[in-house]
Design a protein around this ligand. Structure first.
Ligand code: HSE
Length: 338
């Protein structure tokens, strides 16, 4: 399976590192045979090698800093535009891991449209195109006989869409509620331990949890974008941000956190959605509430269903390798039908 990456930030590097380290294992177990034939970045160069790039060289610090430092070899092509990379790399699967732009989703949305029209499967960790245009992209993928997969867009590698697609098949989902942003949950947890908001945010950035522009996390828009994706998948609804009431955690003070603690309560950024609409709101929960026990960059989602009642999934919500794993899971799903 030949894959090409659009974007080579934390998540793209996470995928390449786990492929570098675990490919042999997956090849033996699942017959997975991945070649990375292209990597495109906006300002750090672009590489194509039709026979596959060397993953050790690609993950060397110098290459990560700028792909110009990747060693030359016969067949290597450098610095072509993204549309040219889609075509010239010979990739069967395009992995979109550029930073999420949640308003217009551009330029990633156009790249995804091009890839699907080229009959290339598309796997995304970039939330923008999925939040903005999922129904259109599903139709385009179907018309071109390829798959569009986006497990890593919500709850990183924790398989919430696999659960919806397989485990909860046939059920009516009436509501969704949970903690869908790792950065803010990490910040709130650290503040409970006495750390300042600014230090906790800086740590979340250093750990690779935060978006390129972390205001998307702390002001609630990242979680709201995930609700838009869930709304499209579960209710077939194209939600816009106007349909959601959104508030983040940036106004919460250390005093607010301590007040809650003194009353055996915790602040959590709770996202919820029904067919009627949804919200992302800082909410004070009693310490006995199941969501109150979800700490750090962990996420949780509860699906309220007609026949099973509440089903809750808890797991990693943000981070380099956990998000890389979400992409890998999608690649395995595509490999099974190639
Ligand atoms: N910035 C996001 C978060 C990354 O903190 O949840 C995962 O989508």
């Amino acid at each position: 399976m030949k894959i090409a990456l659009i974007g080579y930030g934390v998540v793209g590097q996470g995928l390449i590192e786990i492929l570098r380290d675990k490919h042999a294992e997956w090849q033996a177990q699942y017959g997975l045979n991945v070649q990375v034939v292209g990597v495109a970045t906006r300002s750090r160069g672009t590489l194509i090698h039709p026979h596959g790039l060397d993953l050790h060289a690609l993950t060397a610090p110098a290459s990560v800093e700028n792909l110009a430092h990747y060693p030359h070899s016969a067949g290597l092509v450098r610095d072509v535009g993204v549309l040219e990379l889609l075509r010239a790399s010979g990739a069967e699967v395009i992995v979109e891991v550029s930073p999420s732009q949640l308003e217009t989703a551009q330029p990633a949305l156009d790249y995804v449209r091009h890839a699907l029209r080229n009959r290339q499967h598309v796997v995304l960790a970039n939330k923008g195109p999925v939040a903005v245009a999922l129904p259109e992209l599903i139709a385009l993928a179907r018309a071109n006989g390829v798959q569009l997969r986006y497990e890593a867009t919500v709850m990183a590698g924790t398989p919430c869409f696999q659960l919806l697609e397989h485990g909860l098949r046939g059920l009516q989902i009436e509501a969704v509620r949970g903690i869908l942003n790792g950065t803010t949950n990490y910040i709130l947890t650290q503040m409970e331990g006495g750390m300042s908001y600014a230090d906790a945010l800086a740590q979340a950035q250093a750990l690779g949890y935060a978006e390129t522009d972390p205001t998307a996390d702390v002001d609630g828009w990242d979680a709201a974008g995930k609700l838009r994706i869930l709304g499209a998948v579960i209710f077939g609804k194209s939600l816009t941000f106007e349909n959601l009431s959104v508030q983040g955690i940036s106004q919460l003070t250390t005093q607010d956190i301590q007040d809650a603690q003194a009353h055996q309560e915790r602040w959590k950024l709770v996202a919820q959605l029904t067919r009627q609409g949804g919200s992302v709101m800082p909410t004070r929960l009693p310490i006995s509430h199941p969501l109150a026990g979800v700490s750090g960059a962990t996420n949780a989602i509860t699906f309220t269903t007609d026949l099973l009642g509440d089903v809750t999934l808890v797991g990693a919500g943000a981070g380099k390798h956990v998000t890389g794993y979400g992409l890998l899971n999608d690649l395995l799903a595509i490999a099974s039908v190639l």
